[in-house]
Design a protein around this ligand. Structure first.
Ligand SMILES: [Zn+2]
Length: 408
């Protein structure tokens, strides 16, 4: 057997076993704490609400495990697809496009029942879902169109570079292309992508806007691009995010959030998002991912000429699209141990933004109040297992955030 295939199988198994063990630990931990609301929340969240959040956590975790297990045979069938993929007599780019389209469609189809179950059964059961079949179908069509408009030209160009400069610097050219696309999409995301799915409305004039203006002045933030979004169209989950760069940056508050939070709490959430902007978190994330893709493409350029690379997955002849596919599908498993590092960095950014908000407002009180409401409204897990949250959480747990805020 091919050593690369064995190595991949080991990493793949380790990744999945770890995922299941951590989920199991997390669910057991949650069950051990289900009898009593954690002390800090005792006067804020009822036992009934708390136990509902536990059931929600459990239902979602179970679905994730089942969908992950169902994906395993499909992924392996595809990974070994070299055994049955034959050239259809088209050019390498066209064959590559067909290959990727078929693979993506298969992946999508296998995930479809789980995504439907998640929205129309679990989210529905807990009163979050607002998606109608009509919204669901139009979302699907828009998403498909968007990925084709971006994906087809980019993938064609990548395959062209790989074929044209096989023996020279194709990886550098591809990286420059991908970097440009990523920069473009990240910058324009809130202006071109978000409005395809949601309506963004500039925050209306009023007492809140006045307060934001004063806050913006105080922290030297150019007051522009603060919007509310009709998140309630799809779900009652509430959230806020910061996206885009330069003059396309947007701070977006879900209308569900605006409805649930008090004025001072909203101001705190906004200050938190302004904090992400002032500390340049989007830019830092982008730089890190560009550095990662440069390294990845360079490594691929070293492997691409080795016969064991294709043989591992049964491809008879080397081809750019097969190399790209194997690379995209295997790299996640080879790198899964880095996931906690990214989570750690993301949580560091969240702490920074929280601290920024508390300092800008001169008090941590409204941020804490907002976090408690968000936790309650979204049925967030109050007692995740520390190892689980360490590995997967992009945000610190609500208790960690509150503890840190109380120290500011
Ligand atoms: Zn944040």
């Amino acid at each position: 057997m091919n050593w690369f295939l064995i190595l991949f199988a080991i990493f793949f198994a380790a990744e999945h076993i770890l995922e299941y063990c951590l989920t199991f630990l997390n669910l057991r931990f949650v069950r051990q704490h289900e009898k009593e609301v954690p002390s800090y929340f005792r006067d804020k969240i009822t036992l009934e609400e708390y136990q509902k959040s536990i059931r929600y956590t459990r239902d979602r975790a179970k679905l994730e495990i089942i969908s992950s297990l169902a994906g395993i045979p499909v992924l392996w069938a595809m990974m070994l697809s070299g055994f049955w993929v034959r050239s259809l007599g088209h050019s390498s780019i066209v064959t590559g496009l067909i290959y990727f389209a078929v693979m993506s469609a298969l992946f999508y189809l296998i995930s479809l029942p789980f995504s439907l179950y998640s929205t129309f059964v679990i989210e529905q059961r807990y009163g979050f879902n607002k998606v109608t079949l009509k919204i669901w179908v139009t979302d699907l069509a828009k998403g498909l169109l968007l990925s084709m408009v971006i994906g087809i030209p980019v993938l064609s160009a990548v395959l062209w570079f790989m074929d044209r400069y096989t023996n020279s610097l194709w990886w550098l050219y591809v990286w420059i292309l991908l970097a440009a696309v990523q920069l473009f999409v990240t910058s324009l995301f809130p202006v071109f992508v978000v409005p395809l799915f949601n309506k963004l409305t500039p925050l209306e004039e009023g007492a809140l806007k006045e307060k934001i203006r004063a806050l913006a002045q105080k922290v030297n933030f150019k007051m522009s691009g603060i919007f509310t979004m009709d998140g309630s169209k799809r779900s009652t989950h509430s959230n806020a995010f910061f996206a885009g760069m330069g003059k396309f940056r947007r701070i977006v508050l879900f209308d569900t959030l605006v409805k649930s939070l008090s004025e001072s709490e909203l101001l705190a959430v906004l200050a938190h998002e302004i904090g992400h902007n002032i500390k340049k978190h989007v830019r830092k994330g982008l730089l890190l991912s560009l550095a990662g893709s440069l390294l990845g493409l360079y490594i691929l350029s070293l492997m691409i000429r080795a016969p064991w690379f294709y043989e591992a997955f049964g491809f008879q002849t080397p081809s750019s699209y097969a190399a790209l596919f194997i690379f995209v599908k295997t790299s996640g498993s080879f790198l899964f141990l880095l996931e906690p590092l990214f989570s750690l960095l993301s949580r560091k950014h969240e702490y920074q933004a929280d601290r920024f908000a508390a300092e800008a407002l001169g008090t941590a009180e409204p941020m804490i109040g907002g976090l408690v409401k968000l936790t309650k409204d979204n049925l967030s897990n109050l007692t995740p297992h520390p190892l689980y949250s360490f590995f997967y959480y992009s945000h610190p747990t609500v208790m960690e955030r509150i503890t840190a805020l109380e120290k500011t």
